[in-house]
Write a new protein. Structure first.
Length: 162
C-alpha cells in the first residue's frame, strides 16, 4: 500500500538497474510503474532489461526526501500488444512537451521501449547516508554567457523609465 501510494504521488522515481540511478518520469497503473524511453527525445533507460530486477526509490513530492524503496521485476512490453496499448494510453496522457503528440505512439512503437516495473519487495533497511552522487555526464547545457551589450540595453531601459 505504501509503495503504491507514494509512487502514484511522486512525479519522479529513482531507478537503478545494472547502471547508475536515474530519475525517471513514470505513470502508476494497475499495480506497476510504467516507463517509456530509449528513443529520440525520450528519457534514457540504461541497465533496465526485460526479466531483470531494478531498485526503485520514491521521493516525497513536497520535501524531496526518500519515502520508500522497493525492488521491481522489469518487463518490456511488446509493441502493439494488449499490455503495451494499455500502458501507452496511460503514458501518453502524462507525457509533457512532446514535439509530435499526434504521432507519438507510433514513434514509441518504432523507436522506444515501454517498461513495466512491478513491485516485488519493499526495502526496509534504507541507508543512513544521503546517497548523493555527482551528476551523470550530459550534452545538456545551461545558460550561455550574457552578451556584452545586454548591460547597456538594460541600463538604457531603466533610464527611459525614470
Amino acid at each position: 500500500m505504501l509503495v503504491e501510494e507514494a509512487t502514484k504521488k511522486s512525479s519522479l522515481i529513482w531507478v537503478r538497474g545494472s547502471g547508475p540511478d536515474r530519475a525517471l518520469w513514470h505513470v502508476w497503473h494497475e499495480g506497476a510503474a510504467l516507463l517509456v524511453g530509449d528513443g529520440p527525445g525520450e528519457q534514457p533507460l540504461p541497465g533496465l532489461a526485460d526479466g531483470a530486477v531494478a531498485e526503485v526509490t520514491v521521493r516525497s513530492k513536497d520535501k524531496g526526501g526518500r519515502l520508500v524503496a522497493w525492488t521491481a521485476a522489469v518487463a518490456e512490453l511488446a509493441p502493439h500488444s494488449e499490455g503495451w496499448e494499455t500502458a501507452v494510453a496511460e503514458l501518453k496522457g502524462k507525457r509533457l512537451n512532446a514535439p509530435d503528440a499526434e504521432v507519438m505512439t507510433e514513434r514509441w512503437a518504432r523507436e522506444c521501449r515501454v517498461l513495466r516495473l512491478t513491485p516485488r519487495d519493499t526495502i526496509t533497511d534504507l541507508p543512513d547516508s544521503s546517497l548523493a552522487a555527482a551528476p551523470l555526464p550530459t550534452s545538456a547545457t545551461t545558460r550561455q554567457p550574457l552578451p556584452a551589450s545586454l548591460g547597456r540595453l538594460l541600463l538604457k531601459r531603466k533610464s527611459k523609465a525614470n
